[in-house]
Structure formats: structure tokens, C-alpha cells
Design a protein around this ligand. Structure first.
Ligand code: ADP
Ligand code: MG
Length: 341
């Protein structure tokens, strides 16, 4: 995969992950509508239950190809290794990277990013890998790893490691930073899962559905790696790499993939940060000089992690259920577009 990035000069790699059918779905009579072939090709089938024959015919056999596609049997480790391990290596060389999970609510974004204690996800596996790579590289404590975990909800930024506070975004020499954001110095992997789980519990919940994370909440884990190197004249130089791991809000209400539909959705109480992310991706796809990072809190925070020389990974999460056919199609269409960056 590293070579695929280098070979075609692409800065963004796009993956798809299908989660298993849930018991609830099977019981409701759901059938699997997604087939993955050769770990790359995704076939989406609509079942004959639809009334409209023409529509059925048009949708049947929709086919997409991605850098890799993971069936429901893929393990967390497999997903991590194929999507993110390369970015961890790059961060240790001072290059920024970002990994996004995109998809409808219930499609498996949080499972992929955070996972469970038994099956930790990309966030935890990335930190684990980072520590083991640092251990191989240096025994002199040359590297410092700091974690920040924050939420963008309804265009306010909150610190998930120190809940309650609203953070103000400020521009400084390093770019856009959330003033007062907790930077947790991490020394080992052991503490990290508990820390992130607690942070995840601090995400905004829907007023009507207690304990359930709002589908409009974006969670961003920033992993900052600071280290020192010596130049030819033996002077010490401080270097830094940043990895951003992002569990995006549910995409079910932001289906826009072109600028016109994005504009028509604005003001319709649609997640502004998700729309702004789509706009930035559109601008990057079209090779525009001006990328509209300023339009939302999420895109401001990700300014140094999207485009430019940054390595980006998108993981599109989909449900296998035929009841999610429309959402899946939208997610795959969006991911297909992102491939062009
Ligand atoms: P999202 O964050 O996109 O709303 P979740 O990650 O919460 O979705 O996933 C919805 C449900 O499906 C959860 O109960 C989760 O544990 C389960 N799930 C998602 N992906 C997988 C997977 N790959 N393997 C097993 N269970 C999964
Ligand atoms: Mg979630």
C-alpha cells in the first residue's frame, strides 16, 4: 500500500469496511446487500422488494473499487495494518497524517476507531504501534508523545479529556490550535484505552436518547510526536509529527457530493462541519488553490492534516443490510469522489 501511494502520487487512500449484520437486523429480515471481491471491489445489490422496476434495474450491480475493501470478517489488526500503520511510520519522520471514518450512524465508525477492550480499534492500535516503533528507534527518551482528544458538536469545540470546557480556536505559529486543550503525556499503551473510552463517554449525547452518542458529534484524537535530531553540524533540531484520527458525525443527512447540493443543504440544519469537509474535499479534487478550511470548526482544526503534503486515509464504513442500501450507496459515492484527490 505504501508503494501504491508513491506509485500514483496520491495523497489520499480510500478504504471501505463492511460490518457484520447485527442480530437485530437478521431478526428484522434484513439481507446482506454488499459483496466484496478480491479485497478491492465492492458490489452493492438492491433486492427485488423495491416497487419500481426501472429503479431496481438501474441500481442493480452498482460496483466500486477502492484501495482495499474489508469484508465483515476483517479483524481490527488487519484494518489497522492496511490503512494506518504506514502513517504512523511517516509521523515518526515528522510528516502529518490523518485517518477519517465516514459513514451513516450505526455503520461501524466508532468500532473501527475506538473498538472495544477485547478488540481495540485504529486509535489504540496506532498508539501501540507508535510506542513499539519508538522503542526500537531510541532508548534515550528522545520521543515525547502527547494525546489530545476533542469533540466538534454543533460548531463548538470541547475537550474530551477535560469535559465541560468550550475551547476557542486560535491561529498561532503552529497553525490553528484549540486554546487550553489538554495535552496528555502518554508513556505506554496500557493507560490509553481507558483514557479514550472515558473521553468517548464524554461526547455529547442526544437529549432524547441518554447514553447514546449524538450522531452529530465529531471526535478527533490528535497524537503529537515530538523528537530531536542532529543536523550535519551536530546542532539539535526539534521536530514534530501529528497524526489525527477522526470519528466523524453520521453522514446520513449530509449526502452532498457536489458544490451545488452542498449549498442547497446549508441552513437546513445539516451538520456544518461535515458539509465543510465535503467542500474542502471537492476543492482538493478539483485542484483549487483556495481550500475553504475556514467554513467550519472541523476543517479549521484539520487544516494542517488535509491536503498539502499530508497523508490522508478515508475509511468508509457501511452496513451490509439491504435496509441501508440508500445510505451505503451515498457513502460509497462520496468515498469514490474522495479517491480523486
Ligand atoms: P457508528 O459509530 O458508525 O454509529 P458503531 O461503531 O457504534 O457505529 O457500530 C454500531 C454497532 O455495530 C455497535 O454495536 C458495534 O459494536 C457493532 N460493530 C460495528 N462494526 C463492527 C465490526 N466490524 N465487528 C463487530 N461489530 C461491529
Ligand atoms: Mg459512533
Amino acid at each position: 500500500l505504501g508503494s501504491s501511494r508513491e506509485k500514483n502520487g496520491r495523497r489520499i487512500l480510500v478504504f471501505v469496511r463492511v460490518r457484520p449484520l447485527a442480530k437485530k437486523e437478521t431478526e428484522a429480515g434484513a439481507r446482506c446487500c454488499v459483496r466484496i471481491v478480491d479485497r478491492r471491489d465492492v458490489y452493492l445489490t438492491e433486492f427485488a422488494a423495491e416497487k419500481d422496476y426501472l429503479r431496481l434495474k438501474r441500481l442493480r450491480g452498482r460496483h466500486f473499487t477502492f484501495d482495499a475493501s474489508f469484508p465483515d470478517s476483517a479483524s481490527q489488526q488487519e484494518v489497522y495494518s492496511a490503512t494506518t500503520s504506514e502513517l504512523v511510520e511517516a509521523v515518526l519522520q515528522g510528516r502529518n497524517g490523518s485517518v477519517f471514518c465516514y459513514g451513516a450512524t450505526g455503520a461501524g465508525k466508532t468500532y473501527t476507531m475506538l473498538g472495544t477492550v477485547e478488540s481495540p480499534g485504529v486509535m489504540v492500535l496506532a498508539i501501540k504501534d507508535l510506542f513499539s516503533k519508538i522503542r526500537i528507534r531510541s532508548c534515550d527518551g528522545n520521543h515525547a508523545v502527547h494525546l489530545s482528544y476533542l469533540e466538534v458538536y454543533n460548531e463548538t469545540v470541547r475537550d474530551l479529556l477535560s469535559p465541560g470546557r468550550h475551547l476557542v480556536l486560535r491561529e498561532d505559529k503552529q497553525g490553528i490550535v484549540a486554546a487550553g486543550l489538554t495535552k496528555y503525556r502518554a508513556y505506554s499503551t496500557d493507560e490509553v484505552m481507558a483514557l479514550l473510552q472515558q473521553g468517548n463517554r464524554n461526547r455529547t449525547t442526544e437529549p432524547t436518547r441518554a447514553n447514546e452518542t449524538s450522531s452529530r458529534s465529531h471526535a478527533i484524537l490528535q497524537v503529537l510526536v515530538e523528537y530531536r535530531v542532529r543536523d550535519a553540524a551536530m546542532n539539535i533540531i526539534n521536530k514534530m509529527g501529528k497524526l489525527s484520527l477522526i470519528d466523524l458525525a453520521g453522514s446520513e443527512r449530509a449526502l452532498a457530493t457536489d458544490q451545488r447540493s452542498i449549498r442547497s443543504l446549508e441552513g437546513a440544519n445539516i451538520n456544518r462541519s461535515l458539509l465543510a469537509l465535503s467542500s474542502c474535499i471537492n476543492a482538493l479534487v478539483e485542484g483549487k488553490k483556495h481550500i475553504p478550511y475556514r467554513n467550519s470548526k472541523l476543517t479549521q482544526l484539520l487544516k494542517d492534516s488535509l491536503g498539502g503534503s499530508c497523508n490522508t486515509v478515508m475509511i468508509a464504513n457501511i452496513s451490509p443490510s439491504n435496509l441501508s442500501f440508500g445510505e451505503n450507496q451515498n457513502t460509497l459515492h462520496w468515498a469514490d469522489r474522495a479517491k480523486e484527490i
